[in-house]
Design a protein around this ligand. Structure first.
Ligand code: ASP
Length: 559
């Protein structure tokens, strides 16, 4: 029996919570199945859990929040068609009809106790992410991810490919990818029997050969470090894979071959919270080698969460770098219609190859629309929003550059030019702590940093650069014992001035270095670099108070 959908309402109305009504003609008795089915699709496409009401002929889906990001409707207008296309391929947001022939008609199944059917050798296969009862049932059935399972449920028989689960998925559901391409989550409570119908191949991905680039294009090295931008969904199993080889990157963003001769290299595959100064050193050393080898520019694909830290680290390690070094990320994964990765990537590669300026930059969406990419100086950039595509901002300085589809549209005055002397210093000493002061903070935290072997302390003080008297006294001890202590402000904008109030003066007197308008994260990275490349703390102090890579300005830029 085919399932016939009819699309009825408009998801793009931003004044109300979006509602989607789909008509079906399965007749009575399908409500539990359709609820699970709809839930599975919406979870996999939008990662949302709306209210779903299934009647004899209607499925009503009401989202509890707009499907758009804040005030911008572009995500809604992208999400709606993709959701509808997933619910019912070929159905556009007009009232059209579609037949989805792949659902099996219901078959009455006896009410057996749950009895896994042993198929094959019973050897434990790859059951990534499954746990609890779901894992036990799958093991009992000899199933592996990628196998085609026939699952008897109280709503009928469902056949589909077993899909891996997310790490934090519960142990109460099996997830199958139906022949139609949709994922469905089947609750164990309605499951009577699961058997392997056919063994599947192990999930694999063979990228098409990279398109060949024209001769005469600039040479750009792309270094992969992981993060959302370098992920790829395997549409058969639903698993997320890193895409790190040149071929895979090209297959994701084939336009790259029209802007540069791209060479790609896998360096790490980490979520960016796992980056450390050791990774920064390896990156800086690899870039140094590439520069000596004559590349025209370098692009680093990176998770966005700590993109600013790595950008600052490379800005110091590669002072005077004679080519553009562009770090790029994506806020949305490539399987989402609103992914920002491809545009950011094309902008980064094209600027790395052709821009007249050199230095370290972060390239991310300028606004929520897909036309322009902002280039931020590597020491003044911050991720200021958890999810927006334009989450990155330049703090206290104008944007370094703006890229539009025709190339660089704007570049700030005074950016370093290509060429010149290059003497990289790639070491970092990770024995530096970043401490955010807060009312009631215990001085023992500073003492603990010292006992923990920290050589440097970057304080994010209040306002112009203050901490309580109790904490100030402990900072003084830290300095007396040979530590390097610096002050930044948790205000983010503006600069520290420790001459105005008593506490500030006391801290200055004790030897705390005021770091002007340097961002706290940049100051942390700089202190690690300064200690890593100086024989003495006095030498590191000299580095800290000098403006070496645009990290401090002499005048506060308004706004
Ligand atoms: N947590 C991820 C990371 O920073 C997020 C991203 O890639 O944007 O690696």
């Amino acid at each position: 029996m085919p399932l016939v959908w009819r699309y009825q309402s408009n998801l793009v109305d931003r004044d109300q919570n979006p509602k989607l009504i789909l008509e079906h003609d399965l007749g009575e008795g399908w409500s539990a199945f359709l609820t699970e089915y709809t839930k599975g699709i919406i979870k996999s496409i939008l990662d949302a859990e709306p209210r779903i009401e299934v009647g004899d002929s209607l499925v009503e889906i009401e989202f509890d929040q707009p499907l758009c990001d804040e005030r911008n409707s572009s995500v809604t207008s992208e999400s709606a068609p993709s959701l509808i296309a997933a619910m019912a391929p070929g159905l556009s947001p007009a009232n059209e009809l579609l037949h989805v022939p792949s659902l099996k008609s219901a078959q009455s199944a006896g009410v057996n106790a749950l009895r896994p059917n042993r198929v094959g050798s019973g050897r434990m296969g790859d059951l990534s992410g499954y746990k609890g009862d779901a894992l036990r049932i799958l093991q009992g059935s000899g199933a592996s991810v990628g196998d085609i399972l026939e699952v008897q449920t109280k709503w009928g028989i469902v056949t589909g490919t077993l899909v891996p689960r997310y790490l934090y998925g519960d142990g109460e559901h099996l997830v199958l990818k139906l022949k139609s391409g949709y994922n469905i989550g089947l609750s164990l409570s309605g499951l009577k029997e699961a058997r392997v119908k056919a063994k599947g191949e192990k999930p694999s991905f063979t990228a098409p050969p990279p398109p060949s680039a024209e001769k005469g294009l600039p040479r750009v090295l792309i270094l992969g470090t992981g993060g959302t931008i370098a992920s790829r969904i395997d549409y058969r199993t639903g698993a997320v894979h890193p895409a790190v080889s040149s071929a895979e990157l090209h297959s994701l963003v084939p336009e790259l071959s029209t802007v540069a001769r791209v060479e790609t290299e896998f360096m790490f595959d980490v979520f960016s919270e796992n980056m450390t100064p050791k990774h920064w050193t390896r990156l800086a050393q690899r870039i140094r080698r590439a520069v000596y080898d004559g590349v025209d520019g370098v692009v680093i694909t990176h998770g966005t969460d700590t993109l600013g830290y790595t950008a600052a680290a490379l800005s110091f390690a590669l002072i005077g770098v004679p080519v553009p070094v562009v770090l790029v990320g994506a806020q949305r994964s490539p399987d989402r219609p609103s992914s920002d990765g491809p545009l950011n990537m094309v902008a980064a590669v094209s600027a790395a190859g052709r821009a007249e300026f050199a230095g370290v930059y972060v390239a991310m969406h300028l606004g929520e629309s897909d036309d322009e990419v902002a280039f931020h100086g590597g020491t003044r950039v911050r991720k200021n929003h958890t999810s927006r595509r334009d989450a990155f901002v330049s703090v206290g300085v104008p944007l370094a550059a703006v890229w539009g589809r025709a190339g660089i549209e704007y570049a700030a005055e005074g950016l370093p030019r290509r060429g010149g002397e290059f003497k990289p210093k790639t070491r970092f000493d990770d024995r530096v702590a970043l401490v955010k002061f807060y009312p009631s903070m215990k001085a023992s935290l500073v003492a603990a940093a010292q006992r923990g072997g920290m050589r440097g302390l970057v304080i994010e003080g209040t306002g112009l650069g203050h901490v309580s008297k109790e904490v100030a006294a402990e900072v003084q001890t830290f300095i007396k014992r040979g530590g390097l202590a610096c002050m930044t402000s948790q205000c983010i904008n503006g600069r520290v001035d420790m001459n105005v109030y008593d506490t500030g003066r006391d801290l200055l007197h004790a030897g705390v270095l005021p770091l002007e308008d340097m961002l706290a994260e940049t100051a942390l990275v700089k202190a690690m670099w300064a200690l890593g490349n100086s024989k003495t703390v006095a030498g590191a102090k000299k580095f800290m108070v000098a403006n070496l890579a645009g990290e401090m300005t002499t005048r506060t830029f308004p706004g």
